[in-house]
Ligand binder design. Structure first.
Ligand SMILES: *[C@@H]1O[C@H](CO)[C@@H](O)[C@H](O)[C@H]1NC(C)=O
Ligand SMILES: *[C@@H]1O[C@H](CO)[C@@H](O)[C@H](O)[C@H]1NC(C)=O
Length: 241
């Protein structure tokens, strides 16, 4: 009986995964596949919604232009700020899980992807002295005939455009991201995401039935997994020394 239940669960889980292929943006594949030779966005090399070719635009610093959009309209980004911007671009273009948060009215867009507070705060810290002329990167540019982006307003420091990391994460890409109340069931665009994703995906399939007590036990389970993951990494580091 238990085996039957587990099989059923596996079938349900794999069918919900299959439902989410890739976002329908202009560069995404229809479904994720491995990209062993990817140069950037390597977090997604095992299962990627972008082609390795796409990431070549991100491979040389400073990044000037990605697709139609110039990244240097207010001067080149500092390396640390650029690195965070890349992580967001990689997630949107390449993550095989991005479609889990597909926007109900726009299959090329995402909505309310939970980011970790610490990730947003670090991102803000990295970019606060860089300059930007749009509050919402998706809607506030002036686009010319060829679709290229131009500033409508003057360039000001990120620290003037956004009050803090939360404000930045929840404004810069429209509704795409929200800051999570959890410090574990959230994404930070690194290897730990694979742990968070497991819980976030299981949560979505039982959304209606999940009570606050089950979410706090998930929170604890997630924290334990992350601790284990970190301990393991530390031990690996010691062995190679
Ligand atoms: C989707 O479109 C409908 C109808 O225009 C609107 O009522 C709804 O608020 C939109 N949903 C989101 C998340 O934007
Ligand atoms: C961040 O800024 C927003 C908008 O100004 C504000 O409401 C919020 O309290 C700030 N959060 C922190 C942690 O300072």
């Amino acid at each position: 009986m238990l085996r039957f239940a587990l099989t059923l669960l596996a079938v349900i889980t794999s069918s919900t995964c299959k439902k989410h292929g890739c976002l329908e943006g202009d560069t995404q594949k229809t479904k994720p596949s491995p990209e062993p030779n990817i140069q950037e966005c390597t977090l997604y090399s095992k299962s990627s919604c972008c082609y390795a070719d796409f990431t070549e635009q991100l491979a040389h610093s400073p990044v000037i232009k990605v697709g139609n959009s110039y990244w240097n309209r207010c001067g080149q980004l500092t390396k640390s700020c650029e690195d965070f911007t890349k992580k967001i671009e990689c997630f949107y273009r390449c993550s095989p899980h991005a479609a889990r948060w597909i926007h109900p009215n726009d299959t090329a867009a995402i909505q309310a992807v939970p980011l970790c507070q610490s990730f947003c705060d670090d991102w803000y810290e990295a970019c606060k002295d860089d300059s930007i002329c749009v509050r919402n990167w998706l809607t506030d540019w002036e686009r010319d005939e060829s679709g290229e982006n131009h500033c409508k307003d003057k360039c000001i420091p990120y620290s003037e455009m956004y009050a803090n990391g939360t404000d930045m994460c929840q404004s810069m890409w429209g509704e795409s991201f929200k800051v999570s109340e959890s410090s574990c069931l959230c994404l930070q665009m690194n290897k730990k995401d694979s742990i968070a994703i497991k819980y976030l995906l299981s949560k979505s399939s039982e959304e209606s039935s999940s009570s606050s007590s089950s979410s706090s036990s998930e929170e604890r389970a997630c924290q334990n997994k992350v601790l284990k993951f970190e301990k393991q990494k530390q031990e690996e580091g010691e062995q190679t020394r």
